[in-house]
Design a protein around this ligand. Sequence first.
Ligand SMILES: [Mn+2]
Length: 420
Amino acid sequence: MSYSNKLSLQYFVDNRTRLIELMSQDSLAVFCAGRPEIRTADQKHAHFADRSFFYLSGIEQEQAILLIGRTSAGIRQILFIPPTDMMHERWNGHIISREEAVEASGIEEIYYLEAFEGMLADLFESDKPLHIWLDRTAANRQAQEIQEFLRELVNRQGPDSQIELRDVSPQLVQLRMIKTEEELNMIRAASALTLEGIMSMLTATRPGMYEYQLMSEFEYTLAQAGCLEPAFPSIVAAGKNALCLHYMQPYDKIAEGDLIQIDLGAIVGGLCADISRVIPASGKFSERQLELYEMVRACQEEAFRVIKPGIKLADINQACRAVAAEGLKKMGLLNDASEVGNYFWHGVSHHLGLDVHDISNREAIIQPGMVLTVEPGIYIPEWQMGMRLEDDVAVTENGCSVLSAAIPREAHEIESLMRS
Ligand SMILES: [Mn+2]
C-alpha cells in the first residue's frame, strides 16, 4: 500500500466540470486557498488550503484564488497565484509557478494575484455575469475579505444592476458528499496507515506510561510514512478522561485498570480516516469493561446493518440509541428508554472525506458513494467510564462496506494483539 498516492489531475478537472454544470448560466464562482493563521507574535500555523478550493483546483498554495463559471464568453476557469518573491522563498519556501499551477490544476489561464480585482471588473463589463457565487461556508479571512470586496463591487454597479450574489455551498455539499472510486481508495489507504499506527500503540501499551507517550507511537508511525500531520489532533484518553469527547491534554499517567480511548486518523492523498478504538491498559478487559464494550459493538453492528441508500443520518442514530437503551436497561442504569441521552451523548455518524467532519447536509438522504463514520459511544459518568468504537463505511447500492474492516475491532482481537 502506498501512502504517497496523489489524487489525479482528472479528479480536479471533473470536480470543476460538475460544479459548473450545477451553476446557472451567466455565473461566476469565487474560491480561495486562505492564508495561514497567526499562532502568536510572528509565528504562524502551518498553511492548509480551504478544502473546497483544493477540491476544485488541486492546489495548496496560500492566497491563490479560483474563478470558475459559465458566462456569455463560455466556460471560464481562471486561477490567480501569488507573484514570485525571492525573499519569501528564501525564508518560507517555494511559491507555485505558473507552469506548476497549470500542471497541478489543468487550468491554462493563470494570472498573478494583483490582477484579480481589475480582472473581475473587466469580466463584469465583457462577460456580464448575472450571478456571483460565493462559498458562505469558507471560514478563512481571505474568503471574508474577498466576499466583502465583491459585495462592494456589486453595490457599485448601482440600483439598476441585475448582478446578484449567491451561495455556492449547497452545490459544493451535494458534490463533495458523493465520493469517487479514487477518493474511496485514498480513504482505504488512510485507514491502512491508521491501522499501522494503532498496531504500534497496541504493542507499546503499558500501565504507568503517559498518554502522550502512547500518542507518540501513533504519530511516529504516521510520520515515518510521510504523514507529518494526522487528519485531526489525535485523542488518547485514559480512564475518566474518555468522558471528555475531544480530550486534548494527554498528560496523564495510564493506570493499570484504565481503558484507553483512542480516536485518531491518518490522511493519505488529502483524504482522511477517522477511527476510534478502546485499549485495556493491562492487556485484558475487566468483566464490566467487556460488558460495556460489547454493548457499543452491538450498536455499531446495528448501524452497519441499517446503513443503506434511502435513510437519513437521524435513522442511524435512532437505531443505535434503541440498542443502547436496551443494554443500559439490562445493566440497571436506565428505567426508561427516553433517558438514553444521559449515556448516549453524540451522533453516530458524520460524513468523511477531504475534511474529517466533511461538509454535508445532515438532512440529506443517504446515497451510494457517501462515506460515513460509524461511532456509537456510551458514557457512564457514575462508573467514570465511557467509550466509543468508530469505523468508516462507504454506502453501496444496497448497504454499506466497511473501509476500515482490516482494523481489529473485537475485544479478544485487541487483547491478543497486545500480548503478541
Ligand atoms: Mn469521527
